[in-house]
Write a protein that binds this ligand. Structure first.
Ligand SMILES: C=C(O[C@@H]1C=C(C(=O)O)C=C[C@H]1O)C(=O)O
Length: 378
């Protein structure tokens, strides 16, 4: 073994790092001048072609594959930091991002016209009631997309749609609807999905022979239901329809698996509460408006973007959050229609559109992505 001295080696590293920091600062100073030039000329901060050439050039200067790639990674980060600084300087000159959103005090719930999908007593109804209360005028439509159209075309002030379930994951189709329609997310509400076994007011648990519900609900309660092998389980189009059937048929042998809200609405009695086996089954619903507004206490921003179909593109986009200290809460990807194996990303971050850091990150993504949309701040 060579006679190595760790202290001495570290001394050499310190020397080199000192030089690196000095060079870094010189580089950043020049980048600030570049920003000034861009402010005067209106040129975009991000120049993808220049960055590609730069990465190629520095990669070629290094020796060996490992170093060549590592130097490219290092410069990729350096340039992201350089852009971050430039976006900050632009924002200072009033050239930040114009989100087009307006701040509001609160969401007007009383008297609001609110569309939800499903029938009365469905979980969509439950979520709408939970958020808007009884002072709003709630009505239901058949399909998820109808909710979007009601809001977009002004028949409803707000729409309520499920977006994510704690056990089943994202409601993918509704992500696609967010892109297809020009509505904004202005709030969210989490509803605990709690199924009950419902029967006629005069029915007893011992009377039950037939159990109706949506197949998903039957599955979520399978442990309880299967412990009564004598019961026949029958699928219907939704849980509320099952409750309605039991009420209409007036037969004590029939029971429905649905929410307690549905039970109250259709005059049914709870024969067994909370029969789903996953007790933390929660669905997150979003509240949509056609106005681009956000509450002044909003703390989550949702965006979607399409990156370039190239390796490292997502990494570069997300770098805008990382280097601006913006905390990412969620990421989902969905295939882009008509373009196989290309994806659109949906990202939630912590913060408000009024925050400089969020504005900086969004400015960066809007310049660097093929397209970006702010879906809401709530
Ligand atoms: C500094 C510039 O701005 C950005 C940052 C770059 C860098 O740090 O080298 C390169 C290209 C631009 O995306 C520039 O335009 O030269």
């Amino acid at each position: 073994m060579k006679n190595l001295d760790l202290g001495e080696l570290r001394g050499q590293l310190d020397e080199i790092d000192g030089q690196l920091v000095r060079l870094f600062e010189q580089r950043m100073k020049i980048c600030a001048d570049v920003a000034e030039y861009k402010i005067e000329t209106g040129k975009a901060v991000y120049d993808g072609e220049r960055e590609r050439q730069k990465l190629e050039a520095v990669g070629a200067m290094a020796h060996g594959d490992f170093n060549s790639q590592a130097v490219q990674e290092l410069f990729s980060q350096l340039m992201t930091v350089s852009r971050k600084r430039q976006y900050q300087l632009l924002a200072r000159h009033g050239k930040g991002i114009d989100t087009g959103f307006q701040v509001i005090e609160a969401i007007q719930t009383s008297g609001a016209r609110v569309a939800y999908q499903g029938v009365e007593g469905s979980y969509g109804h439950g979520a709408a009631l939970q958020f808007f209360g009884r002072e709003a005028s709630l009505y239901h439509v058949t399909a998820m997309e109808d909710v979007m159209a009601e809001v977009e075309e002004g028949r409803a002030d707000y729409g309520v749609l499920p977006i994510e379930n704690s056990s089943a994951g994202a409601v993918s189709d509704n992500y696609d609807l967010l892109v297809k329609h020009n509505n904004y997310i202005v709030a969210e509400t989490q509803l605990a999905v709690r199924h009950a076994l419902l029967g006629l007011p005069e029915a007893r648990l011992e009377d039950v022979e037939l159990v109706y519900s949506h197949p998903q609900a039957l599955m979520q309660c399978s442990q309880y239901l299967n412990s009564h092998p004598q019961w026949r389980q029958i699928s219907l189009e939704n849980t509320a329809a099952a409750a309605l059937k039991v009420t209409r048929d007036g037969d004590c042998r029939q029971a429905a698996v649905a929410s307690e809200i549905a039970g109250r609405l259709y005059g049914l009695k709870v024969l067994a509460p909370g029969i789903n086996h996953n007790k933390n089954n929660t669905t997150r619903f979003i509240v949509l408006s056609r106005e681009a507004v956000y509450r002044k206490d909003a703390s989550k921003v949702s965006i979607c973007f399409e990156g370039l179909h190239r390796s490292g593109s997502l990494y570069n986009m997300l770098g805008n959050f990382i280097f601006n200290n913006v905390n990412m809460l969620m990421i989902e990807s969905r295939p882009i229609e008509g373009r196989s194996w290309e994806y659109r990303f949906f990202v939630d971050v912590e913060g408000s559109l009024g925050d400089a850091a969020v504005q900086n990150a969004l400015k960066g993504i809007s310049e660097e992505a093929v397209s970006m949309r702010i879906l809401g701040n709530y």
